[in-house]
Design a protein around this ligand. Structure first.
Ligand code: ATP
Ligand code: MG
Length: 210
């Protein structure tokens, strides 16, 4: 008789999407807490290309944001960083990324856990095809200071079904504040990993226009 293949559990892959302009300890903690809470096999950080919601702002080049994400996750054996979105022409949408990543794995061999802060989940109705997104992954909604988890009850049932709320130690850190601090010449130590701070310094990022 041919050998029976062993029952293969589905791989559980976390996906941490973000602009990461720059990446900070709020992002890293969210990813790590989701990794432990949902017994994930790994977390893939996916820096956005041209972020659809942020086109009006000046955003740091995808290559710099990718480099900082790599530096921030270097010491974490179960993290990797994908160039998928930064190499895609035009703007990136979560639904396109999920559709594409599904093809990296044999059919039905993987479960995706898309990790977002509560602020992002509450905006999901403004994403491209929110219902399809909800069908392609679990949506891990991590707590973030200033956002009320009760607001998730207002989301349509089809979306709510996909949400896995996750309370994490609240870190009131945002990339916006880090950029402002650098522009003002204030310290960002202990808000971002040291190599990220060194990269920002070396490349002169966020110094503001003369
Ligand atoms: P910006 O201020 O430029 O919007 P940000 O700090 O919100 O930056 P993003 O790259 O926009 O960072 O966020 C990527 C993802 O990480 C989003 O899902 C966001 O909700 C989540 N996130 C960011 N900061 C935190 C934090 N401090 N705690 C929990 N989740 C966070
Ligand atoms: Mg944000």
């Amino acid at each position: 008789n041919p050998p029976v293949p062993p029952e293969r559990a589905r791989r559980r892959i976390g996906i941490m999407g973000g602009t990461f302009d720059p990446i900070h300890y709020g992002h890293l903690l969210a990813a790590e807490e989701a990794y432990s809470a949902f017994h994930l096999d790994e977390v893939i950080f996916v820096p956005t290309g041209l972020p659809p919601h942020k086109q009006a702002d000046r955003v740091t080049s995808p290559e710099d944001r990718y480099a900082m994400t790599l530096l921030a996750t270097l010491d974490n054996a179960h993290s990797r960083v994908s160039r998928l979105e930064i190499e895609r022409r035009g703007s990136s949408h979560t639904v396109d990324t999920l559709r594409e990543m599904r093809h990296w794995y044999p059919p039905d061999s993987v479960e995706f856990f898309f990790i977002t802060g509560l602020d992002a989940v509450l905006e999901i109705l403004s994403w491209k095809n929110p219902q399809e997104v909800s069908g392609l992954c679990h949506l891990v909604a991590v707590s973030r200071p200033g956002y009320n988890p009760k607001k998730m009850e207002d989301l349509p049932e089809a979306v709510r079904r996909a949400i896995l709320p996750l309370e994490i130690p609240l870190l009131a850190i945002s990339s916006t504040e880090i950029r402002q601090r650098v522009t003002q010449g204030r310290s960002i130590r202990y808000l971002v990993p040291t190599p990220v701070a060194q990269y920002i310094e070396k490349k002169g990022l966020y110094r503001g226009k003369p």
